[in-house]
Design a protein. Structure first.
Length: 404
């Protein structure tokens, strides 16, 4: 009987241990993914400092779409919560934020991080931790490898595609390749845009692209005077300047260049934040071009109508629209992955989803070999204080300049 009692006691202890282990495992899973009724999503971006409009805009757009989804009952019964941390557009802070969001906050995915230099540190962390990095606000090649990184999913067109549209439009105006100059931020973002422009010029057959004038400025500063002086050199004959920078230094460059007699077309990539650039430039904005990777705010596309319904007019802009549509794409992936999906199932579902209608006019699609949803670039220009869609560069030559 003693032997049987000891055996029964041992069996009870084993059953209790098994129950404890099961509860601990469930608890760990819930902690990793948030509460059972909540899906936590992280973001690291500039919420303060010279580039704060980037992070604030993306955060505003993402939260607006999450609010729509939550008001309708969430996704598979779970509410969405964004945890946004400020990195000031500085890579060391972005890396620290990524580790906190993944290691401490246990987010399901990272969504909408702005910036190329910050992406340079965020991508390796997302890959090593097997956490999706979705819809970053950058067109840099480090997020667009061939074959693609499994955990990096892009929404927007690349800087290569934006600068290709710039070069096409500039030359359509009759401006020769040797009359083009570059003004770029002195970091990975500036390099990405510059390399895209050089590649586009070489594709046109201009072999001397790398000899074109190239002026730079330090990130998170407005120290552009040296760059202005470089491109004012009358021997350079710059008639178009491709600009890869943040809105404050780009605005200062344009103002100073115009003041000192540089009569050129100023063409900016989407990262500049067109709305903020327009505000900074005031009366110096006429004819300035910004390529966009989302439709105009007044578009009648379904996703843009939803955006206008969700965000007050005073808070609307291209950055928050990108955050909104990136969040829309992310939620579509969560829906297709199914209830209680893991990060791996989320990626698998996106790669196998086929064409997805995200309210942008044409179905968008991912695959195992393609991790970028949209290829579209919408060039815009400032006319009478407002951004207008640039449907045909040549027809707008009167505002933009060029040989007609």
């Amino acid at each position: 009987m003693i032997t049987r009692a000891r055996g029964a006691g041992r069996a009870r202890r084993q059953r209790r241990l098994l129950v404890v282990m099961i509860v601990a495992t469930i608890g760990l899973a819930v902690t990793r993914r948030g509460r059972a009724d909540e899906l936590k999503v992280g973001m690291s971006g500039a919420l303060t400092g010279p580039s704060a409009a980037l992070g604030i805009g993306m955060k505003r757009g993402i939260e607006a779409y999450f609010a729509r989804v939550n008001a309708a009952g969430g996704v598979h019964g779970r509410t969405l919560r964004l945890i946004a941390l400020d990195d000031g557009y500085e890579p060391p802070r972005a890396a620290s934020n990524m580790r906190k969001l993944i290691g401490e906050d246990k987010v399901f995915a990272i969504l909408g991080n702005p910036g190329t230099p910050t992406a340079a540190v965020s991508v390796p962390i997302a890959n090593s931790e097997h956490v999706p990095l979705f819809g970053a606000f950058t067109g840099a090649g480090i997020l667009r490898k061939t074959p693609p990184d499994r955990y990096v999913i892009n929404f927007r067109a690349s800087y290569l595609q934006e600068t290709a549209e710039m070069v096409r439009g500039i030359t359509e105006l009759g401006i020769r390749p040797d009359e083009i100059a570059f003004f770029t931020q002195n970091d990975a973002y500036g390099d990405a845009g510059y390399n895209g422009g050089i590649a586009a010029l070489k594709k046109l057959g201009y072999a001397d692209a790398e000899r074109l004038p190239h002026a730079r400025y330090p990130r998170n500063t407005v120290d552009v005077e040296g760059a202005v002086a470089r491109l004012l050199d009358p021997a350079l004959h710059a008639r178009a300047v491709i600009m890869i920078g943040a809105y404050k230094p780009c605005a200062k460059f344009i103002r100073l260049a115009k003041r000192h007699g540089l009569h050129a077309l100023f063409v900016n990539v989407s990262f500049v934040i067109g709305d903020s650039l327009l505000s900074e430039l005031h009366g110096d904005a006429e004819g300035v071009v910004v390529t966009q990777v989302v439709p105009p705010i007044d578009s009648e596309l379904a996703a843009v109508r939803e955006y206008r319904d969700s965000i007050p007019a005073a808070d609307r802009g291209f950055v928050s629209l990108e955050g909104f549509v990136a969040a829309r794409a992310f939620v579509e992936g969560v829906k297709r992955a199914g209830p209680a999906a893991t990060s791996e199932q989320f990626i698998d579902a996106l790669e196998a989803a086929g064409p997805m209608d995200l309210g942008l006019g044409a179905p968008l699609e991912l695959s195992k070999t393609r991790h970028q949803l949209s290829n579209q670039v919408w060039p815009t220009f400032v006319e009478r204080g407002e951004f207008r869609l640039l449907r045909d560069w040549k027809s707008a030559a009167g505002v933009l300049g060029g040989r007609r």
